[in-house]
Design a protein around this ligand. Sequence first.
Ligand SMILES: [Mn+2]
Length: 235
Amino acid sequence: MKLQPAPGWVPAGERVYAIGDIHGCAERLRTLHGLIAADLAARPAKATLIHLGDYVDKGPDPAGVLAHLVAGDPVPGCLTVSLAGNHEALLLGALVGEPLALADFLAWGGRETLASYGFDPEAGPAAWDAAFPDAHRRWLEQRPMTYRLGGYFFTHAGIRPGVPLDRQDARDLTGIRQSFLASEADHGVVVVHGHTAALSVTVRANRIGLDTAAWSGGPLSCAVLEGEVLGLLEG
Ligand SMILES: [Mn+2]
């Protein structure tokens, strides 16, 4: 793996594998987990596997992604941290028939999620809710919003510049775009995020963006962080 200087740091002897928006790309996620397992076997370290959220919608197999992650331990030997994305909130809101969530869910790729579970899109929230696997619902409900390690702060979309990390609003953490992406402020941490797709992984002094639109033909990107260097894997 080619390593380049990283904007942040990870404690000695540790490594982080951070994966951007998955959006139903179950096969590529399994491929990427295999590459991570091989890298970890070749170069043992205390490893943390972080998924940056947006497991469902848009792509072909959201049900397969959730089945794979709910089963646990996707890369043996890694501590796994799977963060919440805005699409997880949309799905949970749609299942209980919350009108705004339902409208956004259907407009932003929720039909692919329904299809992957074998649900009739015309059946409506009550029918979907009754048939949705309990284990998948509990897993979605339990996703943490943030994770911190070394000089890095991991969250789905980004942070509101100028607001302390422990006082960030959940809507910013899972939804913020330009006011974070365009900021050149030193946040005190390097924010590792997904949510806003780019053609390739974005590495700036204050952030690393890992959403490379896997669902629409881009790679599923993984940043490999250790010491003060950064490598990339693609599924
Ligand atoms: Mn997304």
